[in-house]
Design a protein around this ligand. Structure first.
Ligand SMILES: C[S@@+](CC[C@H](N)C(=O)[O-])C[C@H]1O[C@@H](n2cnc3c(N)ncnc32)[C@H](O)[C@@H]1O
Length: 288
């Protein structure tokens, strides 16, 4: 029977010295970056740590170093870790009030352009891309639009290209669509098959899906609209600033930047370069 003053084993997660854990996490992230090119070194630490431990426990491992050993020698484990760390939660017309504001505030500006380039950075499985394509179609703008939809993770991009979303989500998405100012019947845009809803392929006729890493890749075009919603929330302050610089350099003058509702330009050195078109919905316009 263990005595009251029994010493906890030093290699159990509970007794893990914080400094040692931090060192191991840094080494793991450095190894992942140098071996695979995925740079998570500036992601917000607390959330990153939680996700790493979930994977460690799921694999029946005991330390971050053990996970490092597995990840560096098994690309399948890297794929799993990429899914764990890249957090792909998304939805069609996520935050319907954002899409309503986009229709009312941004669409009139876009009407003045002969051609519109949009960039969905961190598009995950594509639900927001299909939502935007439908919105632009209904506003008569889709034929002059080109949407670039990018993500760090190729697995989610494959799903985005397929355009099949869970049928059981359609009720929720229909409500979101209506609250977002949708003008038709949402079911016009998909065909139900088994347990999936297959979205009309014409919705992606002007969409380019491509892998792009916001941490390590540069600008690749000049855009009229950049949407990067619920991505930078996982980055530390320094990385957020670097990504803001990338967006600033990728936006045409008077272009629009849309962020997620828990994100903002505050504390970014680029804040003075933008006017808020709708501060509540985090929609900004580059003015200098
Ligand atoms: C929570 S999802 C947000 C999806 C969508 N924008 C939305 O608001 O519903 C975050 C996405 O950002 C992507 N991501 C994370 N780090 C990234 C990076 N460095 N470069 C590009 N995409 C990244 C993830 O793979 C994930 O699909």
């Amino acid at each position: 029977m263990p005595a009251d003053n029994a010493v906890t084993l030093p290699d159990t997660p509970d007794s893990y010295a914080k400094d040692l854990e931090k060192l191991e996490i840094e080494l793991l992230l450095e190894g992942v970056f140098r071996h695979y090119g995925f740079d998570f070194r500036s992601y917000a630490y607390t959330s990153l740590k939680r996700r790493l431990w979930k994977r460690i426990q799921a694999e029946g491992l005991r330390t971050v170093s053990a996970l490092q050993e597995r990840v560096l020698h098994d690309s399948g484990m890297m794929e799993k870790l990429l899914l764990d760390l890249s957090i792909n939660v998304t939805a069609m017309y996520r935050d319907p009030s954002f899409y309503l504001a986009f229709r009312e505030t941004v669409v009139p500006l876009l009407r003045t352009y002969p051609f519109i380039r949009l960039w969905h950075a961190g598009c995950s499985t594509g639900e927001e891309v299909y939502s935007m394509a439908i919105l632009l179609e209904e506003e008569g703008l889709y034929d002059r639009a080109r949407i670039y939809a990018t993500d760090i993770n190729e697995v989610v991009l494959h799903r985005a290209k397929a355009g099949i979303f869970p049928l059981e989500k359609m009720q929720e998405y229909t409500q979101n669509y209506m609250r977002a100012g949708g003008k038709r019947s949402f079911s016009e845009y998909y065909t139900a098959m088994y347990d999936g809803a297959l979205f009309n392929s014409s919705l992606t006729r002007n969409v380019v899906f491509s892998q792009h890493n916001l941490v390590t890749d540069g600008s690749f075009s000049e855009f009229n609209v950049i949407l990067c919603r619920n991505v930078m929330i996982y980055f530390d302050r320094d990385l957020q600033n670097r990504v803001h610089e990338l967006f600033y350099n990728s936006l045409a003058m008077f272009g629009v930047l849309a962020l997620g509702n828990k994100e903002s330009l505050r504390f970014s050195r680029f804040e003075p370069c933008y006017d808020a078109l709708d501060p509540r919905e985090k929609i900004y316009r580059r003015v200098r």
